[in-house]
Design a protein around this ligand. Sequence first.
Ligand code: FAD
Length: 420
Amino acid sequence: MEAVQDIRAAEAPGLRHRIVIVGGGAAGITVAAALKRHDAKLDVAIVEPSESHSYQPGWTLVGAGVFTRRQTEREERSLIPKGVTWIKAAVSAFDPDSNLVRMSDGRALGYDYLVACPGLKIDWDAIQGLKDTLGKNGVCSNYRADMAEYAWELVRSFQGGTALFTQPAMPIKCAGAPQKIMYMMGDHLRRAGRLGSSKLKFCLAGDALFGVPFFVPPLQRAVDDYGIDVCYRHDLIAIDGAAKAALFSVTDKDGVARDVEMRFDMIHVVPPQTGLDVVRESPLANAAGWIDVDSATLRHIRYANVFSLGDAASTTNAKTAAAVRLQSPIVVANLLAAMQDKPMPKTYDGYGSCPLTVALGKIVLAEFAYGGKVTPSFPLDPRVPRKSMWYLKTKFLPWLYWSHMLKGGTIDIRHRERGW
Ligand SMILES: Cc1cc2nc3c(=O)[nH]c(=O)nc-3n(C[C@H](O)[C@H](O)[C@H](O)COP(=O)(O)OP(=O)(O)OC[C@H]3O[C@@H](n4cnc5c(N)ncnc54)[C@H](O)[C@@H]3O)c2cc1C
């Protein structure tokens, strides 16, 4: 209760906008741009602390030496749509009962409608010893731009030995990313004549290569092709970089856990991922810590003037920029309808996509919706690794992101369920 009063007291006159968007990442910029395209007079503000914006799907390619880090980054300033107010601060509390957010600089900001899309927390602290050794001792991660650069340094200089790749429990951003680097490294080592002297191991907390069974066979073929050992139910809990040792909690089929240590020459780590603390501690969160929205309308379950999308939302789709591209028009249409007290006109089917780089130059484009429904955009068997999908990933999708999606564009690449 005191926190609420604090917020009200700190609300500066005039610090209020008709629509407040929290987070100026993929989702926030896209929604803001689309709202302004719809009506240039709309009063929209984005609260975003960072001065730079990353195209995170490109980090996989940085780790494989295909993109430079610079290619994945732009100044946030250059992306804020014309006429949108950028409040350069982090939100430190949500108070939806008072239609306010509190910011890290102590100010409070009022709104009529809120779009909450601050992304998720990559929990680097959840793995003991990781922070001390990340970026040295052969410990890298494509889940941070600078660490993706280090990943490429390790991949290209790898002279043989053991390379470990870890994957935590779901959900995570881009569920395929923990294994994409592994296949590209396998291909790189083969081309360099060093695959024979290398042992690649995929240690994952779950017990399936991919959440959508339809896409497991092509991934299993890639695993077999590179001679990768897959260690299911292996959850990374600690790492000692100097000793080149990783500790896993390994659960057997009866649910009994024991600790297993593995040695490595290189390790690619993907930490567990949760809702941000500011979300988890707010009335917006569901029991699991994600922003509690209706999976179809993306409107908050309890607060009718609040919408959410992207990595922060409770929806069970793949947490991807591809999902954001499809969610944004739904949020915009439904928000505009809410502003006129009209019923929600649009629903989201859970579409997300994961371009699985099974080799340098070859991609299995996994596209799927709620319930694991396979929903490709193209009339081609999506299980087949294709060069055309590599061009889609390396050329078309970055263009689509920077030049179309973030500008609030409406190109609709129709996906649909097809039988194979
Ligand atoms: C290695 C990797 C590979 C990926 N590969 C793919 C892929 O191949 N295809 C694909 O479609 N997707 C991929 N993704 C996932 C995709 O990038 C994300 O799903 C997408 O960026 C989510 O958008 P978002 O706006 O919800 O979150 P983000 O883009 O992460 O943006 C969240 C924003 O909120 C801001 N923020 C955080 N806290 C606060 C706060 N307290 N107050 C205000 N603002 C805050 C952040 O600074 C950030 O700008 C990948 C991601 C990674 C890491």
